[in-house]
Design a protein around this ligand. Structure first.
Ligand SMILES: C[S@@+](CC[C@H](N)C(=O)[O-])C[C@H]1O[C@@H](n2cnc3c(N)ncnc32)[C@H](O)[C@@H]1O
Length: 208
């Protein structure tokens, strides 16, 4: 079941993202895996899984069609997904890997209590945000103490998307009492239109 927001007034980038991903939902996985050579979910899972225990909860922000979820589901983790695109959430639901799915705008306050989840994951989403203060603050708020917050940050600018410097990310992490446990750089995908190789930082951080 997909839980809808009580209200959602979208404008600007969030509205564009919803429209784009609703339209793309059915073809997203096929195109990303074959045309974009998208490897972020697999590479991040290889790094993150050793930190996780069976039965732990993972809140996945910007879960899309659920490409990341299969790795964590196999480990026995309980996944809760959030995305703005209802059509992507419908694809994610078909996988049967999420306990619950929520439609929500990550630019707003998350509708979850403080320290609700053991861990939080967010892959391929930070490029949609000009600044990371709000999203990282919310990720830290809903994670239990000693829980892990893992995410990717683009270090190459892809067409129409934001990139972030490692320095600026580190500053926000420090503000929210998140300590970097692992940092790795990898080629996340290749933009088919330009043939640009898009690099990401993968960051596993821990809430102190
Ligand atoms: C590149 S896809 C990544 C999806 C998935 N994490 C993956 O790795 O395949 C970016 C996702 O971010 C979501 N998104 C973008 N802006 C958002 C926002 N403001 N609120 C919630 N989701 C958003 C899109 O709907 C899309 O599913």
């Amino acid at each position: 079941m997909i839980i809808k927001p009580k209200r959602m007034y979208l404008k600007g980038e969030a509205k564009d993202a919803r429209e784009r991903y609703d339209e793309w939902a059915k073809e997203y996985e096929n195109e990303l895996l074959n045309d974009f050579e998208y490897v972020a979910p697999k590479l991040v899972a290889e790094k993150f899984l050793p930190y996780l225990k069976k039965g732990q909860t993972i809140l996945e922000l910007g879960c899309g069609t659920g490409l990341n979820s299969t790795y964590y589901y196999k480990k026995g983790c309980k996944l809760i997904g959030v995305d703005i695109s209802k059509k992507s959430l419908e694809e994610a639901e078909k996988k049967g890997t999420y306990q619950k799915l929520y439609q929500a705008n990550l630019e707003e306050r998350l509708d979850f209590n403080n320290e609700k989840f053991d861990n939080v994951l967010c892959v391929g989403v930070f490029e949609y945000f000009k600044t990371l203060d709000h999203i990282l603050k919310e990720m830290a708020r809903v994670t239990k103490r000693k829980g892990y917050i893992t995410f990717t940050v683009p270090s190459t600018r892809a067409s129409d998307l934001y990139k972030h410097t490692l320095g600026s990310v580190k500053e926000v992490l420090k503000k929210n009492k998140l300590r970097i446990i692992e940092l790795f750089r990898f080629r996340a995908y290749v933009e088919p239109a330009t043939n640009n190789r898009i690099f990401n930082w993968g960051i596993i951080s821990k809430k102190l």
